[in-house]
Design a protein around this ligand. Structure first.
Ligand code: 7RM
Length: 651
């Protein structure tokens, strides 16, 4: 099969891991309840969601209608009123959780803060009052350009409390990115900090805000500045306010403003392969429901758990699984400010050990870098508190999955490989730790209520018996789906529903195996076509990484007169030096040939000290493709480290 939507699958992986009896016994979701949920969603889709929404959310006004679906525009739980900050905070205050740690925060320089639910509530109320004192009203947009400090979580929840739509801009983006995002969404206030810490250096946030405001952003009237590092900054009396001074004037009482179920909760900008970033819009009730439920189902969150997600709140993972999901469940969520390997490669294990972390959620790229650093950094620490591990962000190669389970998890904890997107709001495809038999490299099955499918170019499900690849889609609307691209309904329609009307196109390639498990094969833009064979990048990369000398790998296409496209592999070696010469190169080509087959052998291997990554750790294959084809890589502003590119081009 070589038609245009089929990706040939070549990866062979058949190790299966059943949930242990011990885990199953105590899991939030057991196989029986799971079956009931699946059956209910199947028989009565709206009833399934309506029941969950009634049980899980604290409604100020009950909703009248479960779903209003005018494809591709969805409204969920219309007529209902609630408040996300109330959901996360107030509802715990008349329980024993009042004095439980809500946030354990670790600063990069070694400082630490613990906020109980009551304390967090007080701070959020103060800042909600502070925002109101600046004239912020329900429906206004507020930009948050901050380091990973408790004030960021406080600001997020304070916006939610007054019904202001937050727009978190990752604290590593440039002035340009701020300008673009703030202007597109007409924010009236920016909350920032003098600077943040990263690898012992100051990231100068306030300077970037000043720069953005000097050239644009006419809608911004006020800037609130947290003093984090104490560095000298420029000050503009007519618009700048110190966080501490603003907070000192406010009361710790604030009544959460009930908003409509479909009230815009937040915008989060995501950059696609082309064009300006899209402001992904999430609304209130559906997002609240799904982040709450998935946290409990997938992470098996319990009241005595300490949960640590290493993402930044500047990404969707931080929104859903550092702030909203865990706090709605009354969990203790750990927030870390700095770089994972600072001051030493075991910084995260130190945090796990010191706080007795039970549930740990990170990205495959981080796992591969832990592997590269060597087991000794993990072995120095007692990580026996860990009872569940999660991954997100990219396909995880089986090597890394097994290492994660064995070395970090001690060989006997469930690993949940969670597939989802900024646009989906919450986890869509994932093992349930007390239910699902896992296989390294597969996100396994859609969660109850999620109609994810792998389809061919006609939109028909691919045949699992044929082990064929296709397009990952979601065939029914779900509560936490994006509602539109801010200010651009057309782009929303085009991008996500243009291919199959009424069906959401995720933009990822995937396949289904005979057991119904889904294997994500990477972005469809990344597929390589060698002599008519469509190959996903993921499997070839996985084969490369399974060679003992390879730490990370990315494969991209290069135009080829004969084959259409040829495969170029960029490889970082274990010892991190510029790498191997022709001998290793030949060995790696042969290794891929053995693992997969001759068709997948890279035409060329290029050794690189590092691969270009976005700040959320995704490899930027587009840039590598440009380099491999000898094109100018163009816009590189979302790169974590632009020097990486120079090293590749100079080669
Ligand atoms: C949560 C997040 C979304 C894209 C998505 C995929 C890739 C995410 C997995 C994955 C394979 C996974 N949001 N992706 N999770 N690929 N397995 N478990 O990452 O909007 O930033 O990115 O990330 O390509 O479309 S995101």
């Amino acid at each position: 099969m070589t038609d245009e939507d089929t990706i040939e699958s070549v990866l062979k992986e058949d190790r299966h891991f059943e949930p242990s009896e011990e885990f199953r016994q105590q899991a939030n979701l057991d196989p029986e309840t799971y079956e009931e949920l699946v059956a209910k969603a199947d028989e009565d889709y709206e009833g399934f969601w309506a029941d969950l929404a009634r049980e899980e959310l604290d409604w100020k006004e009950p909703f009248d209608e479960t779903l209003d679906w005018d494809p591709p525009f969805a409204e969920w739980f219309t007529g209902g009123e609630l408040n996300l900050s109330y959901q996360c905070l107030d509802r715990h205050l008349d329980t024993w959780r009042r004095n439980k740690a809500a946030i354990i925060w670790e600063g990069e320089p070694g400082d630490k803060r613990v906020l109980t639910y009551q304390e967090l509530h007080n701070e959020v109320c103060r800042f909600a009052n502070g925002l109101e004192s600046l004239g912020v009203e329900t429906g206004d947009r507020v930009a948050l350009y901050m380091p990973m400090i408790p004030e960021l979580a406080i600001a997020v929840l304070a916006c939610a409390r007054i019904g202001a739509t937050h727009n978190v801009i990752f604290g590593g983006f440039s002035a340009n990115a701020i300008e673009e995002r703030v202007e597109d969404s007409d924010c009236s206030v920016i909350v920032t900090a003098d600077a943040g810490w990263r690898r012992g250096k100051e990231i100068e946030l306030k300077d970037a805000v000043d720069e953005a405001l000097s050239s644009g952003c006419p809608s911004v009237e006020d800037v609130v500045v947290v003093q984090r590092t104490g560095r000298a900054i420029n000050w503009y009396d007519d618009r700048d306010h110190w966080w501490d001074e603003l907070m000192a004037k406010q009361s710790a009482d604030h009544e959460a403003v009930p908003v409509d179920s479909e009230h815009p909760a937040f915008l989060l900008y995501t950059s696609g392969t082309t064009g300006k970033p899209k402001g992904v819009l999430h609304t209130t009730a559906g997002y609240a429901l799904w982040t709450k439920l998935t946290s409990r189902w997938v992470f098996d969150l319990k009241d005595d758990d300490v949960y640590f997600c290493t993402a930044d709140i500047g990404w969707i993972t931080g929104h859903s699984y550092i702030v909203y999901g865990p706090l709605q469940n009354g969990a203790t969520t750990v927030m870390y400010e700095g770089a994972p390997n600072y001051p030493r490669p075991d910084r995260l294990w130190e945090i796990v050990e010191e706080n007795g972390v039970n549930i740990f959620y990170t990205a495959p790229t981080a796992i591969r870098s832990f592997m590269k650093q060597g087991d000794e950094w993990v072995d120095k620490h007692d990580l026996s508190s860990i009872r569940l591990l999660g991954t997100v962000g990219e396909p995880i190669n089986p090597e890394a999955w097994i290492w994660y389970r064995d070395t970090v998890g001690g060989g006997d904890v469930p690993v949940v490989d969670t597939w989802w997107q900024t646009e989906t709001g919450g986890i869509m495809i994932s093992p349930l730790p007390g239910v699902t038999t896992t296989i390294p490299g597969s996100a396994t099955k859609p969660l109850p209520g999620i109609e994810a499918e792998v389809v061919d170019h006609d939109g028909d499900p691919v045949d699992p018996e044929a082990n064929e690849g296709g397009l990952l889609v979601v065939q029914k609307p779900w509560p936490s789906m994006l509602r539109t691209v801010w200010g651009d309904d057309e782009r929303y329609k085009e991008t996500y529903f243009g291919r199959f009307p009424g069906t959401y196109l995720a933009g990822d390639g995937a396949r289904r195996d005979k057991e119904g498990n889904i294997w994500i094969m990477g972005r469809i833009d990344d597929v390589i076509n060698v002599s008519g064979h469509r190959l996903g990048t993921m499997e070839i990369e996985s084969a490369l990484v399974s060679h003992p000398s390879v730490a990370e790998a990315a494969v991209v296409p290069r135009p080829d007169d004969v084959k259409g496209q040829a495969i170029v592999g960029f490889v970082t070696t274990e010892d991190h030096a510029d790498g191997g010469g022709p001998e290793l190169s030949e060995a790696l080509r042969a290794h891929v040939g053995d693992e997969i087959g001759a068709i997948a052998k890279p035409a060329e291997i290029r050794f690189a000290p590092d691969l270009p990554k976005t700040r959320s750790g995704k490899i930027m294959r587009r840039l590598l493709g440009d380099i491999a084809a000898g094109r100018d890589p163009g816009d590189v502003t979302t790169l974590e480290d632009p020097d990486v590119l120079d090293a590749l081009i100079d080669e």
